[in-house]
Design a protein around this ligand. Sequence first.
Ligand SMILES: *Cc1c(COP(=O)(O)O)cnc(C)c1O
Length: 361
Amino acid sequence: MQLEPQAFDRVLSSMCTEPHPVAREAAERFLATNPGDPGTYPTIAALEDDAIELLGEIAGLEDPAGYVTSGGTEANIQAVRIARERAETASPNVVMSASGHFSFQKAADLLGIELRVVPTDDEHRVDLEGVRASVDEETALVIGVAGTTEYGRVDPIPELGEIARSVDAMLHVDAAWGGFVLPFTDHEWHFDHAPVDTMAIDPHKMGQAAVPAGGLLARSEGLLDELAVDTPYLESTSQATLTGTRSGAGVASAVAAMEELWPAGYRSQYVRSQNNADWLADALEKRGYEVVDPELPLVAADVPTSTIDALRAHGWRISRTGTGELRIVCMPHVTRDMLASFVGDLDRLEVRASVPVAGDD
Ligand SMILES: *Cc1c(COP(=O)(O)O)cnc(C)c1O
């Protein structure tokens, strides 16, 4: 095999990034370990305990329960599964914002649960009145997003907690992307801010760990027990994960990254990324585009499709929101130089796009 992995120098669309050097080194060292079989691989199992301790510290939770998942998708599916197991009704429902991640669609499909989707308000956050109107006695779970995939917005988590409790439902926070930047903001998003039961928080996104390293946190071991099945032929007796064999590389790299970067390294990365997002938003606004204010390091702007296509043809990896806006995620590998070069290309291509082509009417 001759292919080299793609470079990150034109990647503005990814929620993953280059692993931190210590994370890469740890991933390579633990490549041949399987935390899914902790009796046989006790070293990586102990490292996973460290990972959960560290994630708990980041998410305001003492004595956290949880495990390192394959990503936010698995964490979200498992959170819905816990809520379904806890529900005292045969036909439970889950209430979530329209800005919720598509992994909840998968969870609803797999678990046979009704997903009630509530529209967002003008600020791209879930509409609380809509949530109040959607919950009922059969609601098992209310989901809040802390750092939405499209706009980087944070739902009002404490208020969602109140609504959830009013109908005896659980509260899940999806901080898969936002969890490693939110600690440095004023947002209320974690276990110590609200009656959060479970959370998705991914080291392999803003945490700079190697893929696959997601995180599921639960307020108590009892919640995780809802997922446990017996494992007759393993040295351990039960398993709460969705996958069986898992990547020890992901677990080890998550611990290495968090030990290296929490909190000072993540804080300075957040500041760099946020400054870059603010700079880009400003540059786009000056050019007359309508920009969604970047509350976290993610910029959306109403750049026309033709320009987006031209930028893509120039090698830029860029994505679009559901309503078609250009969407740029300021991950750690995204530097100011990259953004300046991107804006330079935008200027050149936009000019060309607006010059009428001969014979084109
Ligand atoms: C990326 C993301 C997910 C899915 O995580 P994967 O690691 O891709 O499975 C879920 N929720 C949010 C908010 C995300 O940004």
